[in-house]
Design a protein around this ligand. Structure first.
Ligand code: PHE
Length: 491
């Protein structure tokens, strides 16, 4: 049974291990005539089948440096000096004071080969008995270097000293041993036969009818196989695509806009008063360069009048002095409603079912449910007879298609809609706000010839993504944790 599931290479490794007494290094198997890559490949398969284990250890490899070669050829500096001292003591002047001399004297003293003598106000170096003995034989360092040269083992402590002296260098090498497990031994014991079997079926084998005469290698469906992670889009991009499909299915047309907008388009046309808290530097990102943007003069006049007095609408406006300068300020759009209103003003003839998906920017403090940069999906239904019930219906339908059954609507306030409501979805036992909606006020529509009711909404995407992906913290979406991204199923 086991044997049938082994490849010929695996069998060869098992047999070679048995012949070598149950364990061997990969290098040894290569000596037996196998290829290293194949040995390693077969061994790791055998390991996953529990027939062998691969043990790894670290071994230090020493090699002789150029300095070491010099020592071998010319002798160690202390040894050379020692030989000179055999002929009699030498003054420091005679020895010289270059670097080699310094090193030689240092080592000689440390080894007790010489002593310093003072005479006639001069310093001399004199050989000791210990030194005389040492001069007659090879030093431990010399022996170690020679052993290394002859590929023999040398004392670790001496090699470390030679390393400090720059005569040898040290490298670490991973050494592997492959050995048979009990299970592996049993399989080999029973006898392994290397057969010429078909491992992969090719058109040639089928055509030549070779398969009729040969055995097939059995598949091991339980065998370990590395997981393959194909490329895919980021979950946010997948979500956007899904949302886009849903609105298209529901008969909507997509429009686009820019990140950089004027206050006029982002807020003024939407009847947001110029002293509204959302306009605060604390809440909105304003641009420095350019800090002002041209705005259509005619439109500006209309909007100024609406804010101040309500113009020809029934509204009384906000009753303050509108600043056209303020309108020209440049900002990063704070909502995608800017796309919708511009589209409506440019296309005032009904009907229209429009949506847009894009990033918006707000100076939010980052926390589990807030990001300063997030996606919104915005939409409108503009047609004769459009009403509040239809608005609720469209939003319910959208969320149902996204997989949310439990949603609720709460009265809310936006300066540009009346009535207005917030949409909430149940999450972790709490209600989480996902977006706003309402019917555009006459101050927003009438001055531009928009005659019918406009149902509008703007919904956040990241919070929805968080719920769909089962995240606890909104920031996880943008951590780019590659493991998480890989394992995430497609939406
Ligand atoms: N613009 C609002 C927001 O950013 C959402 C909204 C859109 C509300 C359209 C009403 C109508 O939260």
């Amino acid at each position: 049974m086991e044997e049938e599931r082994l490849s010929n290479m695996e069998k060869e490794v098992l047999i070679a291990l048995k012949d070598r007494g149950g364990e061997a290094s990969p290098e040894a198997l290569v000596e037996d005539g196998m290829e290293m890559v194949k040995v390693m490949n077969a061994s790791s398969w055998l390991q996953s089948k529990g027939l062998v284990r691969i043990r790894e250890g670290i071994e230090k490899i020493y090699s002789i440096t150029d300095e070491g070669e010099k020592f071998l050829k010319e002798g160690l500096p202390e040894k050379n000096l020692l030989k000179k001292l055999l002929k009699g003591k030498k003054s420091f002047d005679e020895i010289g004071n270059d670097e080699t001399a310094g090193i030689a004297i240092g080592w000689m003293k440390r080894k007790g080969w010489c002593e310093i003598e003072k005479a006639d106000g001069k310093k001399f170096l004199k050989i000791t008995d210990e030194g005389k003995k040492a001069a007659a034989e090879k030093s431990i360092e010399e022996k170690a270097l020679e052993a290394l040269r002859d590929n023999k083992t040398a004392d670790e402590k001496i090699l470390q000293i030679l390393k400090k002296r720059g005569a040898v260098s040290e490298k670490e090498k991973i050494v592997r041993t492959i050995y048979l497990t009990e299970k592996g031994k049993n399989v080999v014991e029973k006898g392994i036969e290397i057969k010429d079997e078909i491992v992969q079926l090719t058109p040639e084998i089928i055509k030549s009818r070779e398969w009729e005469k040969k055995d097939f290698r059995k598949y091991d469906v339980r065998a370990f196989a590395p997981a393959i992670y194909p490329g895919k889009h980021h979950p946010m991009m997948q979500l956007i695509k899904k949302i886009r499909n849903i609105f298209v299915e529901m008969g909507f047309k997509e429009i686009q806009g820019n990140y950089v907008e004027s206050c006029f388009w982002d807020m003024d046309v939407l009847f947001i008063p110029q002293d509204h808290p959302a306009r605060d530097m604390q809440d909105t990102f304003y641009c420095k360069n350019p800090s002002r943007m041209e705005v259509d003069k005619k439109l500006l006049d209309i909007v100024a009048e609406i804010h101040e007095t309500g113009g020809k609408t029934n509204s009384k406006g906000w009753g303050y002095k509108f600043s056209k300068e303020e309108s020209k300020r440049v900002l990063l759009r704070t909502h995608t409603t800017v796309n919708t209103i511009r589209y409506l003003i440019q296309h005032p003839e009904p009907p229209a079912k429009i949506f847009s998906i894009g990033k918006v920017f707000r100076r939010e403090n980052i926390d589990m449910t807030h990001l300063p940069e997030f996606y919104q999906v915005e939409g409108i239904v503009y047609e004769e007879g459009a009403n509040f019930r239809e608005l609720i219906g469209v939003l319910k339908e959208f969320y149902r298609k996204m997989g949310f059954e439990k949603i609720r609507f709460r009265p809310a306030y936006f300066p540009y809609t009346e009535p207005s409501m917030e949409i909430e979805v149940e999450w972790n036992g709490k209600w989480m706000e996902l977006g706003g909606s309402g019917i555009f006020r006459p101050e927003v529509t009438e001055p531009f010839g928009i005659k019918e009711q406009v149902l509008a909404w703007g919904l956040g995407l990241e919070r929805m993504a968080m719920m769909i992906l089962g995240l606890y913290d909104i920031r996880e979406l943008y951590f780019s944790d590659i493991e998480w991204l890989r394992k995430l199923p497609l939406l």
